[in-house]
Design a protein around this ligand. Structure first.
Ligand code: F6R
Length: 608
């Protein structure tokens, strides 16, 4: 949420800042700004409401050769998206960009003298606070930042520059990521390593409570208590092709179509079909520890939460005497839930930075419960703080709507469940079908995407005028329906909700009228006939149903049918979800909204 970039070196800073902001635009796109400093300290501040292209247009009229600067793309928290509220914010000679929320900004604002506030942001309060310690350069910038941050309650990733010392950038983090890219006689700053790809492979990830002063040749890191920190330089693994559209019109379509490969990466080295077992090295739990697990608590938000619900439905089918509770992180963090001693918590997050999920992780750890990360972004905060983990390895997910991560999160959690079941001595004959289907999934995903892509595009055109949608499923198809509805609503803005088929008669059936269409997920299996009866009830009330099914002899008179042909019996809901993903994509394209950057949203929710 929000993106930060910074550059100090020998090259044109504006060029890096703009290209870096474009890479981070998926994290916030209400407004953007950059400031650069010339050698004599004179500054050029350019800000614009809306997308980075607006900033770029303004920049074309104010080209500078400056070699130091910072930039920001914003997802508004305090104050509407506007040029005045856009970062960088200035106080005296210094400029600040900030991700996160300063919770006590109102109290701090009251203590600040000699600053005329122009914006409604908490960030300007922090800029003024730092300036009050900086005293127009009487004190070193880094010391002023440290003193100010000691008074701050909330979360932040920040970068600060000053006209009075135009060779240094001071950065700090608490709860919001900040990466320093180490180059040859140049140093880069970014809130997300993807902005650094193609510039350097060497990165230092700041930890919470650390502050750094960087110049083109040096990086000095210390804690807020002034203890020196020796920097650990890590390799950035992401490639340039992984963060480009690769010939597709949108990142979303690329990421949907990527799933055969991204799931293959998730499975690499972990599935042994011959012996019917899976092997996960990352969780780091001994056989004895796995055997003792009696309770799994799965924590996530949005799509990660849905992945947890679906995985839970699967795991309870084969892991004996393990109860599973999947919880929404923003709720769970404030509940006073008792966690039994013999529990393990799965912390599910694509970005590894989601504020609520991170807060749950810390809370659960405090209670002495083992935490296992199901995370995508390598080196992210959650990945670093969990006791063990399984990276899902799907590569960068850039479109705001999560797709390929979902598929791999579900399967990673199922594999963790299988690891527990193996340790508990469940017969291979029971587990083997799961292992075999997991191994077959990438090829089946490819088939379903290739066969149905054009059909879904046509169906979507038919439904684009509707205001409301209901997604329906039973058993494992129910969490799949939840995820389908989320995908549709977040990018097409159609009011879409999911219900368990069995819940219809308890209220939602009253909704059915000609403003609605329904997506019925109907996998073959023991609940199929029951779901069919529910479909009949909807049809009898004039429902317009799109049925997604793998049942060969499907003969219900529904509006549209998407038939999935697959030998899979267990993971058909995963294949059905691909249809929901494609449908949401093509609906949004047909309506004409921005697929990759839906309004009001941003990738990686680092504020509560
Ligand atoms: C929906 C979506 C969000 C995220 C949620 C959690 O398409 O992307 O619901 O799934 O914000 O994000 P992570 O997985 O990064 O913790």
């Amino acid at each position: 949420m929000c993106g930060i970039v910074g550059y100090v070196g020998g090259k044109n800073a504006q060029n890096f800042l703009i290209s870096g902001l474009k890479r981070l635009e998926y994290r916030g796109y209400d407004s953007a700004g950059i400031v650069t400093l010339a050698e004599d300290g004179s500054s050029t501040l350019i800000r614009a409401k809306g997308k980075i292209v607006n900033l770029e247009e303004k920049l074309a009229k104010s080209k500078r050769e400056d070699t130091i600067g910072i930039g920001h793309t914003r997802w508004a928290t305090h104050g509407e998206p506007s040029e005045t509220n856009a970062h960088p914010h200035q106080a005296g000679h210094l400029f600040l960009v900030h991700n996160g929320i300063i919770e006590n900004y109102k109290d701090l604002k009251r203590t600040i003298k000699n600053h005329e506030f122009k914006s409604e942001t908490d960030t300007e309060v922090l800029a003024a606070l730092i300036n009050s310690f900086y005293q127009d350069g009487k004190h070193p910038l880094m010391n002023a930042v440290v003193q100010a941050l000691k008074l701050v309650k909330g979360t932040y990733g920040i970068a600060v520059v000053s006209e009075l010392s135009p060779k240094e950038i001071v950065v700090a983090r608490s709860g919001s990521p900040l990466v320093i890219g180490v180059g040859h006689d140049e140093t880069f700053i970014a809130s997300d390593a993807s902005a650094l790809v193609g510039h350097t492979k060497q990165a230092i990830y700041l930890n919470d409570g650390e502050v750094a002063r960087v110049t083109s040749e040096s990086i000095e890191i210390k804690t807020l208590r002034s203890e020196p920190v020796s920097a650990k330089v890590e390799e950035i693994e992401t490639s340039l092709s992984a963060i480009q559209k690769g010939g597709y019109d949108h990142f979303l379509l690329k990421e949907i179509m990527d799933q055969p490969e991204s799931l293959t990466e998730t499975l690499r080295g972990r599935v042994n079909v011959k012996d019917g077992v899976v092997h996960l090295g990352g969780p780091g739990l001994s056989e004895a520890e796995l055997r003792k697990i009696k309770h799994l608590i799965i924590v996530g938000c949005g799509t990660a939460y849905h992945a947890g619900v679906l995985a839970g439905y699967y795991i309870e089918k084969f892991a004996p005497e393990v109860t599973i509770e999947t919880v929404i992180a923003s709720e769970y963090r404030y509940r006073e839930a008792y966690i039994p001693r013999d529990s393990v918590a799965l912390i599910v997050s694509q970005s590894g930075e989601t504020a609520d999920t991170l807060a749950c992780l810390r809370e659960i750890k405090k209670q002495g419960i083992k935490t296992i990360g199901i995370v995508n972004v390598i080196g992210s905060t959650i990945a670093r703080e969990v006791d063990g983990g399984t990276y899902v390895h799907v590569g960068p997910e850039i479109s705001v709507a999560s797709t390929k991560a979902f598929t791999s999160q579900v399967i990673s959690m199922v594999m963790f469940g299988l690891t527990i079941a193996q340790a508990k001595g469940v017969k291979t004959s029971i587990l083997r079908p799961y292992v075999e289907e997991i191994a077959k999934l990438p090829a089946e995903i490819k088939k379903v995407l290739d066969v149905n892509k054009d059909l879904i595009k046509e169906i979507a055109k038919k439904y684009k005028g509707y205001e409301h949608a209901i997604y329906l499923g039973r058993g494992t198809a129910y969490p799949t329906a939840m995820e389908g509805a989320l995908k549709l609503k977040e990018i097409s803005y159609i009011d879409a909700n999911a219900y368990a088929f069995g819940e219809l008669k308890h209220g939602p059936l009253a909704l059915i009228d000609n403003r609605f269409f329904e997506v019925a997920l109907l996998p073959e299996g023991e609940l199929y006939e029951k779901a069919v009866s529910n479909v009949q009830e909807v049809l009898a009330r004039g429902g317009k149903i799109i049925a997604v099914t793998n049942v060969d002899k499907f003969d219900l008179e529904v509006e549209d049918v998407v038939k999935i042909t697959t030998p899979l019996k267990i993971f058909t809901p995963i294949l059905m979800n691909l249809i929901s993903q494609l449908f949401a994509y093509y609906m949004t394209v047909a309506i004409g909204y921005n697929v990759d950057q839906p309004r009001n949203l941003a990738k990686s929710v680092t504020v509560e």
